[in-house]
Ligand binder design. Structure first.
Ligand code: SF4
Ligand code: SF4
Length: 395
């Protein structure tokens, strides 16, 4: 196993993500026997980092993780859990909610704890005086119940920079969606650079983009097979990340033994990508995108009479074109109405200024339509809010 050094801790660079445990096809319950088997395999091959969150698998991930780890000494592994600020029904007793997570995980401290899912929308909740989240979490850290504090992030680079400037010295690591496709599609390169510049560690989620980079379309997979006929598509996605020195932990939601074996083999030794392999990966990434080639030069921004953040909106557009999800909607939910894509008056100023000749008005009109019709974060969050109320005995 390859390890990284984080403040003197030896962390396995492959972390076990606990949001995709196998479930029993008949009952729908988590298949604990299989989870135990997967954890035993991972531990025997050197994995020591396990990442869960309050809402994963309807609140059942934390307990299943604890069950699978109970036979190992508590100081032989690291647990990461997350505070569900983005799913709260309103201001609640944050410390009571934290205690529920501790109890479910059968522990009295978390090695790593994250504010879950900071975006342009959820940051307003996390920073709200009424919700009082950050001061409460800092109290818990002072009490020794949190060893290292970070946050997971799905917003844009500007928010990341602003947030880290505002909370300099508070957070120690940031978890971002990073893979060779999102390196440009979701500005992961910029986010990696911002986090690194602030002296914090980078943690990675979605290294294979929800499995899409683990099983590539046949023609794209063939482009990689010419380097090594036996190497899996996923191994290239992981090796790309291994080559970024400030990435401390790469989380993979493993739920099949064959998948875990393959990942564990990839993390056995460092095998940096050659320049040729890297350029083929970027070629594959470009061919998978379906949006517009905005370089975020911002030449178009000064002339926009509405003051829209055009490159940000086009990055959301590209995300929607690749795959519309609740995360895509969250990036737009956080904007004021007069800054959302529907506020564009189609004047066309931006297109004249654009060196890439992008038809911005058409893209924004299409984005407004996709946003209006697509999956909505608010709808997805409703169920989570209800369970939090139930867990806290408020319903
Ligand atoms: S077309 Fe829309 S985005 Fe472009 S300058 Fe006009 S209002 Fe702004
Ligand atoms: S001018 Fe074109 S490439 Fe530059 S930020 Fe605007 S849309 Fe993007």
């Amino acid at each position: 196993m390859i390890y990284s050094d984080f403040q003197g801790l030896k962390l396995s660079r492959l972390g076990f993500g606990c949001m995709r445990f196998a479930s029993d096809p008949e009952t729908g319950e988590i298949d604990q026997k299989k989870v135990n088997e997967m954890f035993d395999l991972a531990v025997s091959r050197g994995v020591n980092y396990f990442d869960t969150a309050y809402p994963y698998l309807g609140g059942k991930s934390e307990g299943a993780m604890a069950e699978a780890l109970k036979k190992y000494p508590r100081d032989s592994y690291y647990i990461a859990d997350k505070f569900p600020g983005h799913s709260l029904p309103g201001p609640v007793d944050n410390k009571a909610l934290f205690q529920i997570s501790l109890d479910r995980c059968n522990t009295d401290y978390f090695d790593f704890y994250l504010l879950h899912n900071i975006t342009e929308w959820s940051v307003k909740i996390y920073e709200s005086e009424e919700y009082h989240i950050i001061p409460d979490i800092l109290d818990l850290k002072k009490e020794g119940k949190i060893r290292h504090l970070g946050f997971s992030f799905h917003g844009g680079p500007q928010l990341l920079e602003d947030f880290l400037n505002k909370y300099e010295g508070v957070f120690e690591f940031v978890q971002i969606q990073c893979n060779y496709l999102d390196w440009t599609l979701q500005d992961a390169e910029k986010k990696y650079d911002i986090i690194t510049k602030h002296g914090l560690g980078v943690w990675v989620m979605e290294p294979c983009r929800g499995g899409k980079l683990a099983v590539l379309p046949e023609d794209k997979s063939a482009m990689l097979k010419k380097f090594d006929v036996n190497a899996s598509d996923a191994s290239y996605a992981f090796r790309f990340l291994q080559g970024l020195p400030n990435i401390k932990v790469i989380l993979s939601g493993m739920n099949e033994v064959s998948q875990a074996e393959d990942n564990l083999n990839t993390f056995e030794t460092e095998k940096p990508l050659s320049e040729e392999e890297k350029s083929v990966l970027f070629e594959i990434a470009e061919s998978m995108k379906a949006g517009v080639p905005c370089t975020a030069c911002r030449y178009c921004c000064d002339g926009c009479p509405i003051g829209l953040d055009i490159p940000y909106l086009l990055s959301c557009y590209n995300d929607y074109k690749y795959s519309a999800s609740v995360t895509s909607s969250m990036r737009l939910d956080g904007l004021d109405e007069d800054k959302k894509p529907a506020a564009c008056i189609q004047c066309g100023q931006c297109s004249h200024a654009c060196p890439q000749s992008i038809d911005v008005p058409s893209a924004l009109a299409e984005l407004a339509e996709m946003y209006a019709k697509g999956p909505k974060w608010a709808a997805a969050a409703k169920g989570r809010q209800e369970s939090i109320l139930k867990d806290l005995g408020m319903k």
